[in-house]
Design a protein around this ligand. Structure first.
Ligand code: FEO
Length: 398
């Protein structure tokens, strides 16, 4: 038995903790590991398993079910098609051949496509539909785009527990079933939001509005610990998805021969003097999860790059592509950097962030090592950023 715990009578966490995983989607750093949470609900008449686990951890899930003495599963509720939850479903169906997969029509198609599950194994449910397990009632809640189009949650009526799958989750391996230290979980949940959920701010806002109708005592996500005081994570999400930005500049840069670095150092000082918070990332050593987190709130992003082969340094181009995909609520952007003899770095980088609804402020590009004029231009850019932040009423007079 590994990591199996009881949330409330007859409701068990039967998933797996992945202490060692350090990368998700071959992209996202997981400094604190993760978990694939699955929940077993034993009703007086029927038994339901909510989600499965990543295929690498199927043995843990199976062993947990055996330890609980589960001989029959009636329903496997699939909230989401992504394989870190659905990947072990075929295995569970093989072990529990009477089980039906309960999901919405969109997820059904995905599970057939991704996992080759037979059509006859499915029961599809509508938004708001209920399914009785006897003394416990599952109510299905469509919560699309957190973070795929098919995402679904389950509200357990009698126990007032919401099982929202990835929504509200955190990549955090911990032996605690419930949140113990809110600041630790806040950090992990914000990282998760930044990397996975941020592009879907508007649907998330709608989903937050939708779940207001439910009386929620507990939120049991599919990654990280269970929230037995759910107000904390609901309020954090409300803040992250709001249109409010902070008096912050994210400065992501690379320097090859110190010209761009000198500009960055001067510019950062100029911003700090103007009362603006700076989050500076040297992209050669940056944890991109930290960069993503900083984009959740910042009003402005500035990219710093030397010119390489007529364009931006590829690591800066990568950061621009990433920011463009994550679609933060950032309002302003600019570019600083240097060149030797020519190139189209600024055009390239502004083209790469075309998804962002930002006003691009006059870039500052130095020929070779920066000189007095370049430093003066950086001061002017800092002034322009301050004026824009003041316009949003997020900066005060320095
Ligand atoms: Fe945790 Fe989108 O899967």
């Amino acid at each position: 038995m590994t990591g199996m715990k009881q949330l409330k009578p007859n409701i068990y966490a039967v998933g797996a903790i992945d202490w060692d995983r350090r990368l998700f989607d071959e992209l996202i750093p997981l400094p604190d590991g993760t978990s694939y949470n699955a929940y077993l609900i034993r009703g007086s008449k029927k038994t339901a398993l909510l989600d499965a686990v990543d295929p690498t951890k199927v043995k843990v899930l199976r062993d947990n079910l055996v330890s609980l003495g589960i001989k029959k599963i009636d329903y496997v509720v699939a909230h989401h098609g992504e394989q870190d939850h659905s990947g072990a479903i075929p295995d569970i169906l093989a072990s529990y051949p009477d089980a039906k997969v309960v999901t919405n029509p969109k997820c059904k198609v995905m599970l057939i496509d991704l996992l080759n599950i037979g059509e006859e194994k499915f029961v599809t449910v509508d938004d708001g539909q209920t399914l009785s397990l006897g003394d416990k009632t599952l109510q299905f809640v469509y919560i699309p785009w957190v973070h795929w189009p098919e995402t679904l949650g389950t509200y357990l009526q009698e126990d007032k527990i919401l099982f929202p799958c990835d929504f509200f989750g955190s990549h955090l391996a911990t032996s605690s079933l419930f949140v113990e230290n809110e600041s630790v979980v806040y950090e992990a949940a914000k990282r998760y939001y930044a990397e996975i959920m941020m592009p879907f701010r508007t649907p998330i806002r709608n989903n937050l509005e939708k779940i207001k109708a439910l009386q929620i005592d507990m939120i049991a996500p599919s990654h990280g610990p269970v929230y037995d005081k759910p107000k904390f994570i609901i309020n954090a999400y409300k803040d992250w998805v709001s249109d409010e930005v902070k008096n912050e500049v994210v400065l992501a840069y690379v320097s090859m021969h110190e010209s761009t670095r000198k500009m960055v150092e001067h510019f950062v000082e100029a911003l700090i003097e103007r009362g603006i918070t700076v989050k500076q990332f040297n992209l050669t050593v940056t944890d991109i999860g930290k960069l993503a987190m900083s984009l959740v709130d910042a009003a402005t992003i500035v990219l710093g790059s030397p010119t390489v082969l007529a364009g931006a340094h590829p690591k800066v181009a990568y950061a621009a592509i990433l920011a463009n995909a994550l679609r933060p609520k950032t309002k302003f952007a600019s570019i600083i950097g240097s060149y030797g003899w020519g190139g189209k770095m600024t055009e390239q980088l502004t083209g790469l962030i075309s998804n962002l609804k930002v006003e691009v402020l006059e870039p500052v590009i130095a020929k070779g090592y920066p000189k007095d004029d370049d430093f003066a231009a950086l001061d002017k850019l800092a002034d322009a950023i301050l004026a824009k932040h003041k316009g949003l009423k997020i900066a005060v007079e320095a």
